[in-house]
Design a protein around this ligand. Structure first.
Ligand SMILES: Nc1ncnc2c1ncn2[C@@H]1O[C@H](COP(=O)(O)OP(=O)(O)O)[C@@H](O)[C@H]1O
Ligand SMILES: [Mg+2]
Length: 421
């Protein structure tokens, strides 16, 4: 048997199942990123592999490791930056990859994404690119509210909801903070339900592995509502499956992507149909467990099959059903700034027998931060055969959970389940 050496770009918790699976298959893993204490790195070393602390943007240094370690494949997932760097490393070293660097803008730059959607005939929110000093004329044909966003950032950074040209001017600089582009994008706000779709492309054919409702709750009036619950499969699956598949297929035809992971965020309502928000050539973070629970696909198996064994992709795609066998939800919590005083209620939620798995991101005495230091304050997974049970448990948790400061003042924002009376 030939011994494979797989570079895994990303060493945080999310990559441990992938490293574990690779090691089980006798693949030697080489885990690389800039965080010295990544759990996936520790696991890799424990299982006879390697780990390197290298900034993922340092393509030269990673290419050096690829050669020294005789790596024969590279994989990553879950983040735009990781994907971008993996594509560059693959290009530099000749390792196989589902994208070339010149295809990256189709999945990274929001202006290019919108242009590509238009060229492919896929509906999306109306938008315009604004340079500093823009005028009323540049907003012609657009209706407020408008979302202002940086063109090349991600992770919901620098997004503003505006109701007039003065408000755009007021947030213009903040929206492009950290961006390498001088312009920003403005987009009509879409109030329809939002969805996350994930797929694998093989031989140019898109195979959907899951579509989720991405529910939101308004926490601060006038701000974009954050995502508070994702549920696989979507409650609108029968309506959205075909149009989402058609949109993803049209998109990859336009970009030339013929293999590898694909994700799409979109909006849909019976009145307005589908509108695409964003497309990425990677799997979405924090959702692989949900896909596994609900639809039976293993994102880790798919990533390994994509790296080494094209035949196995077929087998893996036969293991699941995007329409779902169970209902799996992830609940996300956010808080205003303050010092955490008591976590007993959140711990009790994590201990509930109907909660599959829970994670708290702060300890008592930790400051939440403004903006919040951690991506979430808490995160819980709820899984059941029955959608009503998942909705009832979600509602109970949303109503029960408390994270007060030492004076007993509640820090958590209240979430609500969308689409329920
Ligand atoms: N035009 C829009 N209409 C409604 N919501 C939007 C719009 N643009 C962004 N959002 C909200 O903000 C979130 C993040 O926006 P997105 O463009 O996907 O940026 P990011 O790259 O940071 O994920 C979306 O998932 C959606 O909830
Ligand atoms: Mg997005």
């Amino acid at each position: 048997m030939t011994c494979h050496n797989l570079v895994v770009l990303g060493g945080l918790e999310e990559f441990t199942p992938l490293v574990a699976l690779a090691c089980d298959r006798g693949i030697r893993t080489i885990v690389i990123d800039g965080y010295s204490r990544g759990p996936a790195k520790r696991l890799s070393v424990e299982r006879g592999g390697a780990a390197y602390n290298i900034d993922i943007r340092d393509i030269d240094a990673i290419a050096e490791v690829v050669r020294a370690e005789h790596a024969d494949a590279i994989t990553t997932a879950y983040s735009d930056v990781l994907l971008e760097c993996a594509v560059q490393v693959a290009d530099r070293t000749g390792l196989p990859c589902h994208l070339t660097p010149d295809q990256l803008p189709y999945y990274r730059d929001k202006d290019v994404i919108n242009e590509t959607l238009e060229r492919a005939g896929i509906p999306g929110p109306k938008s315009a690119v604004l340079e500093e000093g823009f005028t009323e004329r540049d907003l012609e044909g657009l209706s407020f509210p408008l979302v202002v966003k940086p063109i090349d950032l991600y992770g919901c950074r620098g997004l503003f909801l505006t109701n007039g040209i003065d408000e755009i001017r007021a947030c213009f600089q903040d929206a492009r903070k950290g961006s390498s582009r001088s312009a920003v994008l403005v987009e009509e706000y879409v109030g329809d339900p939002e969805f996350n779709a994930q797929a694998l492309v093989r031989d140019g054919v898109v195979h959907v592995i899951g579509i989720a409702d991405r529910e939101k709750t308004v926490h601060v009036s006038g701000e974009l509502p954050p995502g508070t619950r994702n549920v696989y499969p979507s409650r609108y699956m029968q309506d959205v499956y075909e149009p989402a598949l058609a949109a993803m297929s049209a998109y990859v035809r336009e970009t030339g992507q013929t293999s590898g992971p694909l994700a799409m965020q979109f909006y849909w309502s019976p009145e307005r149909g589908l509108q695409v928000g964003e497309v990425a050539a990677r799997f979405l973070g924090y959702e692989h467990e949900l896909i596994a629970y609900a639809c039976g696909f293993s994102v880790e198996e798919l990533l390994l099959a994509a790296a080494y064994d094209d035949e196995a992709i077929e087998e893996q795609l036969a293991c699941g059903d995007p329409f779902g066998r169970r209902i799996a939800a992830v609940l996300y919590f956010y808080a205003r700034d303050g010092v955490v005083g008591d976590l007993s209620s959140a711990r009790a939620v994590a201990e509930r027998p109907d909660v599959e798995y829970g994670q708290l991101f702060y300890e008592v005495g930790d400051r939440i931060g403004s903006p919040q230091k951690m991506p979430y304050v808490a995160r819980f997974f709820v899984v059941d055969e029955d959608r009503d049970v998942v909705d009832r448990v979600s509602t109970e948790i949303f109503e029960e959970i408390r994270i007060p400061d030492a004076a007993g003042e509640e820090l958590l924002y209240r979430n609500r389940v969308e689409g329920l009376a």
